[in-house]
Design a protein around this ligand. Structure first.
Ligand SMILES: Nc1nc2c(c(=O)[nH]1)N(C=O)[C@@H](CNc1ccc(C(=O)N[C@@H](CCC(=O)O)C(=O)O)cc1)CN2
Ligand SMILES: Nc1nc2c(ncn2[C@@H]2O[C@H](COP(=O)(O)OP(=O)(O)OP(=O)(O)O)[C@@H](O)[C@H]2O)c(=O)[nH]1
Ligand SMILES: [K+]
Ligand SMILES: [Mg+2]
Length: 461
């Protein structure tokens, strides 16, 4: 049986009110030993989900005046008997109450332990528990909406639906196995094939949504690249509104990747400043430039910066090593330091790199010129679709990996039906597909996986 755990669920040392949570059988009796109500009410007699006003007394001292909420199993967040004490936000008061609870044999909760218990008691599935953490971390409307939908079971019910279909499917196939001698076919192969295709389409759609989900959760990756001294770090600082990267007139100042996110009109971008590309014999700088190429590969948008004072031939030479890396990327060519050019010089540079299909914008990162236009172009390039309340968008790498495994398994089922392999192999592949979907919901889980997931939660959650 679970012991009683406690934690301060509100941020340390902040706010007027703090909430201390207790969960586990016996929580109410423990809290009652500290609680004195002016009208003599006891927590033990309180109705389920009710709030009582009173004092906390410990070591012959009135520690605080509080509100106490009483939950009876299974009608609580964790599904266990629980108590919440809302006290004043003083660090001293919170410490004293925790101390009093520990003196009565309650122990401190580990990170995410309340949520883990709720999961263990079937309050929600694993994908919903993970959504709680995403919800807490959400910083834009899109990430909030995706997490909220997942927490309320959008993804969970989609997966349950798929699992039901697979279960139906596998039962038919396994029924054939029982009658193997008679060589019967309960499952119409054509129908099975259509069902497999439908399941494959649905899993594939979920897996594909991960690119969007990842962009929503972690920001759309935007790599800022170009020759040394093009002004990449100056631009990064401008976009982030913070002196995050070192700027200097020394070529090769940035050697490692520097990145951070910023919200522009409700869309989260992850800007990635990189080491300037040039020929160098410096080992560390060379490693940095290798990373630049990796970041280009991971980005969906590339801001290619050019220093307009660099001779055109030099730009053309550099372009030969950059252009091949930009396939499938949304590229914006930023013609920087335009403050140093006259109108006619700009006219001349307008058509740099004619072979590159990219939007171009004259800017001055240093003088902050044309940055509004740059933001507009970024928003256009981001092209985040409107997410409806019921759209399922996968945001979690663990879920994505499980979906990819499920996809592989369902494709083997399809192949098997195509080539007419025996039912036992087909059933094995269907079961495998179900296994991977079950990993997402937590029907299939190990202590290690659960520990890993819940340890990333805050204490008190
Ligand atoms: N003070 C406080 N605020 C909080 C939480 C909490 O645990 N405590 N939450 C924690 O995340 C969130 C609210 N989520 C909750 C979800 C379910 C139950 C609960 O007691 N459910 C019962 C009873 C429902 C009912 O009355 O019908 C149940 O599901 O059986 C409580 C909080 C956000 N705010
Ligand atoms: N006149 C002018 N100078 C600029 C502009 N943008 C950047 N600079 C200057 O150019 C120099 C290089 O800027 P950085 O931002 O360090 O360039 P970088 O591309 O990050 O350089 P590396 O990290 O070395 O690759 C600095 O002296 C900046 O002040 C601009 O728009 N106009
Ligand atoms: K520099
Ligand atoms: Mg730099």
């Amino acid at each position: 049986m679970n012991d009683i755990i406690c934690a301060i669920s509100t941020p340390p040392g902040m706010g007027a009110i703090a909430v201390i949570r207790l969960s586990g059988k016996g929580s109410i009796a423990v809290a009652d030993t500290l609680f004195v109500s002016p009208s003599g009410k006891r927590l033990a007699d309180a109705k389920a989900n009710s709030v009582l006003f009173g004092e906390i007394r410990f070591n012959n001292e009135v520690t605080d005046e509080v509100l106490v909420t009483v939950f009876h199993a299974p009608r609580s967040f964790t599904g266990e008997e629980s108590v919440e004490i809302s006290c004043h936000g003083s660090v001293y008061i919170q410490q004293k109450i925790i101390e009093a609870l520990i003196a009565r044999g309650v122990r401190l909760a580990k990170p995410g332990e309340f949520t883990r218990r709720a999961f263990g008691n079937g309050k929600f599935d694993l994908s919903q528990a993970e959504a709680v953490a995403d919800l807490i971390a959400s910083s834009s409307q899109a990430s909030h909406r995706v997490a909220m939908n997942q927490m309320r079971g959008g993804f969970a019910s989609k997966l349950a639906e798929l699992r039901d279909k697979l279960l139906q499917f596998v039962s038919l196939v396994e029924l054939e196995l029982d009658f193997a001698e008679e060589d019967v076919e309960f499952a119409n192969r054509q129908k099975l094939y259509e069902l497999t295709e439908e399941i494959e389409r649905e899993i594939d759609k979920l897996a594909r949504s991960f690119q969007l989900g990842n962009a929503i959760k972690n920001g759309i990756p935007v790599a800022i690249i170009g020759e040394t001294n093009a002004g990449k770090s100056t631009l990064l600082n401008l976009l982030l509104n913070e002196e995050k990267a070192i700027v200097s007139d020394i070529h090769g100042t940035t050697r490692d990747v520097i990145e951070d996110t910023v919200n522009i009109n409700g869309v989260t971008f992850r800007f990635i400043d990189t080491a300037g590309i040039r020929h160098t014999t410096d080992t560390i700088e060379t490693l940095g430039i290798e990373r630049t190429y990796q970041k280009i590969a991971q980005a969906s948008i590339v801001l290619w910066m050019i220093d307009l004072t660099t001779p055109t031939e030099e730009i053309n030479t550099l372009a030969q090593s950059i252009i091949p890396k930009l396939v499938d990327k949304h590229v914006l060519l930023l013609l920087n330091k335009s403050d140093l050019l006259s109108e006619s010089e700009r006219e001349e540079k307008q058509h740099l790199l004619p072979e590159l299909k990219a939007e171009r914008l004259f800017i001055s990162a240093k003088k902050r010129q044309n940055t509004d236009q740059l933001q507009q172009l970024l928003l256009k390039a981001a092209d985040i679709p409107q997410i409806g309340e019921h759209d399922v968008v996968v945001t979690n790498l663990r879920h994505y990996e499980a979906l990819m495994n499920a996809l592989e398994a369902v494709r083997r089922v399809k192949e098997g039906l195509d080539t007419g392999i025996t039912s036992d192999f087909i059933s094995q592949d269907i079961r495998e597909c179900m296994f991977y979907l079950g990993e997402i919901t937590g029907q299939i889980s190990t202590d290690e996986i659960l520990g890993n997931i819940f340890s990333k939660f805050c204490i008190g959650k």
